[in-house]
Write a protein that binds this ligand. Structure first.
Ligand code: AMP
Length: 279
């Protein structure tokens, strides 16, 4: 496995793979890899001849008051995980290599303005821009994204459709800790007390899901149960809890599938997200 930091070094490798007729899978990440990322890499290795994992903390998707500087980084550990999983290349550029004096950005309306887009107004423009660039650099056959970031997956699928990228987008299930907490690089910010408090995300979603499975038809009633469960936790503060149409992320009043129930909760200073989908 090779660690590549320059676009001009990666391109000839991609070209030689293409000449051989090999298929390429891309797993975009911000590094500090865990079992959630590994599940994406495992699937990419199974379904493609060659796999590139991008490992890049993308500055354009962070607002100035967010955690770009402090976001955890550990390239050695990431390389060990990728190598063991059978990836062929880690692409780990510096911000300057990706942006230098760039003036072009990819933006999207509507579905980037709801859910996380309300609290993080520039976030999805940064995501769309960096993912477009990675698609153009790696030219993969397939790209793998986790349903942990359900809105991001929806945004990327729409971007691929709108901009005619000839790439199959593969959505992968959420990987959780044994007690239910969705795995996240940001979980490392939590102290032991906050780590316990963070269980209110998965617990509240579980309650909401059971209510829907039991026949509840009112979105307001389900959200009430979810918010009440989060509010029981003194260290938690809800950013949002919403149930939307999975197809276009528009709000629902009555429970109707396919739906996405998504929450973002501050545990102390750490903002965590979680969700469930009902198809
Ligand atoms: P990140 O490094 O947080 O930007 O995540 C890179 C990719 O890994 C995204 O497609 C995420 O949705 C996915 N991912 C992160 N955490 C998980 C998880 N717990 N389960 C499944 N996929 C995940």
């Amino acid at each position: 496995m090779r660690i590549i930091k320059k676009i001009d070094e990666l391109r000839p490798i991609i070209k030689s793979w293409k000449r051989e007729g090999l298929t390429i899978g891309l797993v975009p990440t911000m590094g500090y890899l865990h079992e959630g990322h590994k599940s994406l890499i495992d699937r990419a290795v199974k379904e493609n001849d060659r796999v590139v994992v991008s490992d890049f903390v993308n500055p354009t998707q962070f607002a100035p008051n967010e955690d770009f500087e402090t976001y955890p980084r550990d390239l050695d550990a990431d390389a060990a995980l990728c190598e063991a999983a059978g990836a062929d290349v880690i692409f780990n550029p510096e911000p300057d290599e990706m942006y230098r004096d760039a003036l072009t950005f990819v933006d999207m309306n509507k579905i980037t303005k709801v859910l996380c887009g309300k609290t993080r107004p520039i976030h999805f423009s940064g995501v769309c821009t960096v993912v477009s660039k990675l698609f153009n650099i790696v030219t993969p056959d397939r790209a793998y994204f986790g349903r942990k970031d359900a809105q991001q997956l929806c945004v990327i699928k729409k971007m691929v459709e709108d901009l005619n990228f000839d790439i199959e987008i593969v959505g992968c299930p959420i990987v959780r800790e044994s007690d239910g907490l969705a795995k996240s690089s940001r979980n490392t910010y939590l102290n032991p007390e906050e780590r316990k408090a963070a269980l209110c995300l998965s617990r509240s979603l579980e309650k909401g899901k059971r209510l829907i499975e039991g026949g509840e038809e009112s979105v307001a009633a389900v959200l009430d149960v979810i918010k009440t469960e989060i509010n029981k936790e003194p260290l938690a503060e809800t950013d949002y809890a919403e149930i939307v149409d999975l197809k276009d992320l528009s709000p629902l009043v009555k429970i109707k599938k396919p739906l996405l129930c998504a929450i973002a909760v501050y545990i102390g200073k750490t903002r965590l997200i979680d969700n469930f989908i009902m198809e």
